[in-house]
Ligand binder design. Structure first.
Ligand code: SAM
Length: 282
């Protein structure tokens, strides 16, 4: 049975003698159109290995298993993981892993389950750890083509924001450095049981694994970005001089040479300008 209906969610939770755990971000999808939208946006085929985080009671897992070559789903909740083991026992292409996705070695899980298959991450993420999970998918140099996930609308807007907008910040720069993100669509609270307090969005990030911008020192690049947005109200020159041991006049000269204006704020710079500054600053 596809568990994507209020009746099915209530029945399964009743049989398991459990309730949705708010602390674990347990909001179950009950809208089949949103499931289809997510799977369609992921563009997975029978060749793909799909990594799902937080399968819950399996609504998305069930859809994914119909389209993917194999699905490996990591669920932290033991009750749900045990339930899913049984529910998908006849389904040869679904592997349930009971673990904390944030603490898991995703590279190992991918190589053990998918071998040489092209890999996509598809998930309705637990919202209390959206940003760290997305950064893990991006930073851990996983052999992943794309990440298609349901997250809070505000986080999706920050990830896709352009320079000189209120939503633009360190998360936008990091996400756009590692990937090309785009919002697929917005999803209202009523599409979940229980409904979350926020509107959600399906977002797809295509990883730039082989065409990432050339950065000589990635660590310094991210230090510059962190410093620039750590104190948003300060000019970039002031923000950087608080973090780098370099005379402010020199920092201003660098900024002027790249941005034509020594009084810009971090939020005005695009990724290429951050890269150039990180290469000149000491
Ligand atoms: N995929 C299901 C659906 O769409 O109906 C459930 C999604 S629900 C928003 C998030 C799921 O993530 C819950 O099942 C929750 O138990 C699980 N979860 C929470 N934290 C987790 C973690 N650190 N690692 C793995 N799963 C986690």
């Amino acid at each position: 049975m596809n568990p994507a209906s209020p009746k099915a969610v209530k029945k399964i939770l009743g049989e398991l003698g459990t309730r949705p755990n708010k602390a674990l971000g347990q909001n179950f999808l009950i809208d089949e159109k949103v499931l289809s939208l997510t799977v369609e946006a992921s563009q997975i085929t029978g060749q793909h290995g799909v990594l799902e985080i937080g399968p819950g009671i399996g609504a998305l897992t069930y859809e994914l298993s119909k389209h993917a070559g194999k699905v490996a789903a990591i669920e932290i909740d033991r009750t749900f993981a045990a339930y899913l083991e049984g529910a998908f026992s006849d389904c040869g292409n679904v592997k349930i892993i009971c673990a904390d996705a944030l603490k898991s070695d995703l590279n190992k899980i991918i190589s053990e389950n998918f071998g040489n298959m092209p890999v996509a991450v598809v998930a309705n993420l637990p919202y209390y750890i959206t940003s760290p999970l997305i950064m893990k998918f991006l930073e851990d140099t996983l052999p992943v083509e794309s990440v298609t996930v349901m997250i809070q609308k505000e986080v999706a807007q920050r990830i896709t924001a352009s320079p000189s907008t209120a939503d633009y910040g360190a998360l936008s720069v990091a996400a756009q450095y590692y990937s090309t993100p785009r919002i697929i669509g917005f999803v209202p609270p009523e599409s979940f049981l229980p409904p979350p307090k926020v509107t959600s969005a399906v977002i797809r990030l295509d990883l730039k694994n082989h065409v990432r911008p050339q950065v000589k020192n990635e660590k310094k690049f991210f230090l510059v970005v962190k410093a620039a947005f750590g104190q948003r109200r300060k000019t970039l020159a002031n923000a950087l001089s608080a973090c780098f041991d370099m005379p402010k006049d020199e920092i201003k000269e660098i900024i002027k040479s790249i941005c034509q204006n020594e009084n810009v704020r971090g939020e005005n710079l695009d990724i290429d300008q951050f890269i150039k500054i990180s290469e000149l600053i000491r």
